[in-house]
Design a protein around this ligand. Structure first.
Ligand SMILES: Cc1cc2nc3c(=O)[nH]c(=O)nc-3n(C[C@H](O)[C@H](O)[C@H](O)COP(=O)(O)OP(=O)(O)OC[C@H]3O[C@@H](n4cnc5c(N)ncnc54)[C@H](O)[C@@H]3O)c2cc1C
Length: 245
């Protein structure tokens, strides 16, 4: 029988219950939405408008779903989240640009997702009309322990394969979807609103969505940045039932 490989390079497994969302770059403003919209009526004649006029225009654009003026801007986020969240995120195609860390070109980090204590664990109801409720003390314990044990074993086997000289792209296949990955995403305000409309759960939404808690943990942080940099647009988006124009 083959001896086990020498000490793994990254032996210390870490467990995390949060999503990291950092706004690394932004070029977005309510005024730009208004300038883009007004070119259709004033052409190349710069003019200044009051805050009220701008708010009124944004309200009209959002209400009547004139979406293209909301495309002149960009937000770039760096997001670290479990692979299953990245996978849900990257289903969003329109107006989204991505780059993600590679499991072929680098050794992955031993960071794994364990749900926070307040994460509902039990699904009740039927498909399409279900809800989630808190787990019992025992269910909390079982879930936490099962995940930690599985992650630790998966990481050990990953390291074993790397130690034997097996390529990273093959060794990584043993790692579960709870492994954290990091990616950049750049979007415009319109595509961001579309994303938020689907990946947040809100009583005020005209079309209610029921996203998985973990992607909502990402979306909520993105929405805070959106609100900071485009307060009028964000306000109007909320007022009109969170429907992307
Ligand atoms: C609660 C929830 C549950 C989900 N469950 C599942 C699931 O079980 N299985 C699954 O596979 N996915 C699932 N999804 C993913 C979902 O089907 C979408 O892929 C994802 O939400 C991205 O939405 P989108 O296509 O509107 O966004 P984007 O890809 O960003 O597209 C934005 C808009 O552009 C237009 N558009 C983009 N591409 C095209 C195209 N090729 N043709 C025509 N119009 C286009 C559409 O109007 C679209 O709404 C789920 C999503 C949510 C929010």
């Amino acid at each position: 029988m083959r001896a086990r490989p020498p000490v793994p390079r990254k032996a210390l497994v870490k467990f995390k219950s949060v999503m990291d969302v950092e706004l690394v770059q932004q070029l977005a403003a309510d005024e730009m939405v208004c300038m883009a919209a007004r070119v259709s009526t004033i052409g190349n004649t710069p003019q200044t408008y009051t805050r009220e006029k701008n708010a009124g225009l944004i309200n009209f654009l959002m209400r009547d779903r004139h979406g293209s003026p909301f495309e002149h801007g960009s937000f770039t986020f760096r997001i670290s989240a479990p692979i299953f969240v990245c996978r849900e995120f990257m289903r969003h195609r329109a107006g989204m640009s991505y780059n993600e860390e590679s499991g072929r070109y680098r050794e992955l980090e031993p960071v794994f997702y364990v749900p926070p204590g307040n994460r509902p664990l039990v699904q009740v109801g039927r498909a399409g009309k279900y809800d989630f409720q808190p787990g019992t003390f025992r269910q909390d314990l079982v879930a936490g322990e099962a995940l930690r044990m599985a992650y630790t074993e998966a990481w050990t086997q990953y390291q074993t394969m790397l130690g034997e000289g097996i390529a990273r792209e093959v060794a990584r296949t043993v790692l579960p979807v709870g492994t954290y990955s990091t990616f950049y995403v750049t979007c415009n305000p319109r595509s961001l609103m579309h994303f938020l409309s689907l990946r947040t759960k809100s009583d005020g939404a005209t079309y209610k969505s029921f996203p998985q808690v973990e992607i909502q943990m990402v979306a909520d942080q993105m929405e805070e940045h959106f609100k900071t940099h485009m307060p009028m647009t964000h306000d109007t988006f909320v007022k009109h039932g969170r429907v992307a124009p």
